[in-house]
Design a binder for this molecule. Sequence first.
Ligand code: HEC
Length: 148
Amino acid sequence: MNFSSLTRVVTAGAACLFLAAGTLHAQEAEKETDPYDKPYIVEDGKVDQGTYNGFRRYHSSCHVCHGPDGLGGSFAPALVDSLKVLDYDKFTEIIANGKSEKGASGQRVMPSFGTDQNVMLHVADIYGYLKARSDGKIDRGRPERIKK
Ligand code: HEC
């Protein structure tokens, strides 16, 4: 085998590996969420791990004011409605910094969670869960997880 045919064989081999790696990556990517493009995965009414985590985090830190299942309460607005207009960046900004509105009925305050790791580390999951609720993809209550 001369040098140029050896080069061809090596190049073809590398191209195969490259293609194989590309396919594998694409398959994995389908199972991954991204807060901007694809904040949640719902299959047959069941959710991915992140969305399930979002459900849990929401119900431990937010539902006392925002009501169960994101439906709103007497203290704070329904986030299933808010997420029809709030994007991920705005959502994260409000949770990190809080928000307060002075109105005729007094002041309602959204506390800042900027230093609360139980919330800040899971903001993308909380967003995913609420977005799935807001889009009408999951019902009220604890969602089932997609079996691996
Ligand atoms: C102590 C009560 C309380 C808790 C706990 C709370 N919030 Fe809020 N939140 C509020 C109030 C009150 C507002 C409305 C503030 C305003 O409009 O100025 C609000 C507003 C918001 C908004 C903006 C809604 C909109 O339509 O503009 C988002 C997003 C939000 N909260 C997310 C969360 C998340 C996520 C959590 C849990 C990590 C959480 N909140 C926990 C009281 C709370």
